[in-house]
Design a binder for this molecule. Structure first.
Ligand SMILES: Nc1ncnc2c1ncn2[C@@H]1O[C@H](COP(=O)(O)OP(=O)(O)OP(=O)(O)O)[C@@H](O)[C@H]1O
Ligand SMILES: [Mg+2]
Length: 249
């Protein structure tokens, strides 16, 4: 299947701090691609690079095969790259309705806004009752639903989701990831999901990447990685793998 997002030999950093090394990444249309890995390995940095929010030293970011490496973030948003950041993804003092309205400020077509609102209420019926509440009063799980809805308002063609379960109680983790899976299934929207909680994320993913030190140590099917007896060791970096065939040994 064609790739919605691709990176080629991508090197990225913050000023002189080199974080991502020669990364080749592919996220196909119609799939949930999961990137797992512990703290500080460069997961968020990769999503930021796809959005144009960090310095690319070399390499390319492609959207639907088109090179977008030089484009500013707002151009990428308009093209259809949706991004839910890890933090600061809602306006706490604004109501739920206002948050959704703000999110759709780039959308001119009122019928499209209406269509997206309907879709959001079908996916997250709980939000319907909270339209006039300040977003800051929502529970952690509800906030994530709102943050995801805000991305959906912009009619994305792909959605980058950075650790939607961070800071949530275990029960909510399952709920949030199940909802995300449901969203992928009902909309067919390709999703790139970054998660520290490897097992949970792999259960909802189709394709998996494992990251350490700004490089991938695994690339293959989510199922394969999930069922691998040494998943934990790989995750913690006790063993390094670069190809699926090595993982199987
Ligand atoms: N603005 C910044 N300036 C300098 N270094 C940064 C900046 N943001 C991140 N880094 C560094 O880049 C590395 C990768 O950070 P990144 O946020 O991509 O990790 P992550 O895999 O998303 O981790 P987590 O799971 O904790 O969110 C870390 O060493 C981090 O300290
Ligand atoms: Mg992160």
């Amino acid at each position: 299947m064609a790739n919605i997002i691709e990176t080629k030999s991508l090197n990225v950093g913050y000023g002189p701090i080199h974080v991502i090394y020669d990364l080749d990444f592919e996220a196909p249309e119609g799939a949930v691609t999961v990137i797992v890995g512990p703290n500080g390995v460069g997961k968020t940095t990769l999503l930021k690079a796809i959005m144009g929010l960090v310095t690319v030293y070399s390499g390319q970011v492609l959207f639907k095969g088109q090179d977008v490496t030089e484009l500013p973030p707002y151009e990428r948003t308009k093209m259809g790259i949706g991004y839910m950041p890890q933090v600061g993804n809602i306006f706490s003092r604004l109501s739920v309705a206002e948050n959704l309205k703000m999110a759709a400020y780039t959308v001119d077509d009122p019928s499209l806004i209406e269509e997206k609102m309907e879709m959001i209420f079908t996916l997250f019926p709980v939000l319907k009752g909270f339209m006039h509440r300040a977003a800051g009063t929502l529970s952690g799980g509800e906030r994530q639903m709102l943050a995801e809805s805000m991305v959906l308002m912009r009619d994305p063609k792909v959605m980058l989701v950075d650790e939607p379960t961070a800071g949530l109680m275990p029960k909510l983790v399952t709920d949030v990831l199940k909802k995300l899976e449901e969203m992928a299934e009902t909309t067919g929207l390709p999703i790139i999901l970054v998660e520290q909680r490897a097992r949970r994320a792999l259960e909802v993913g189709d394709i998996a990447y494992m990251m350490r030190g700004g490089r991938f140590t695994f690339k293959g099917s989510a199922q394969e990685l999930l069922n691998h007896p040494q998943l934990t060791e790989m995750y913690l970096g006790a063993i390094e793998v670069h190809e699926l065939k090595y993982v199987r040994e």
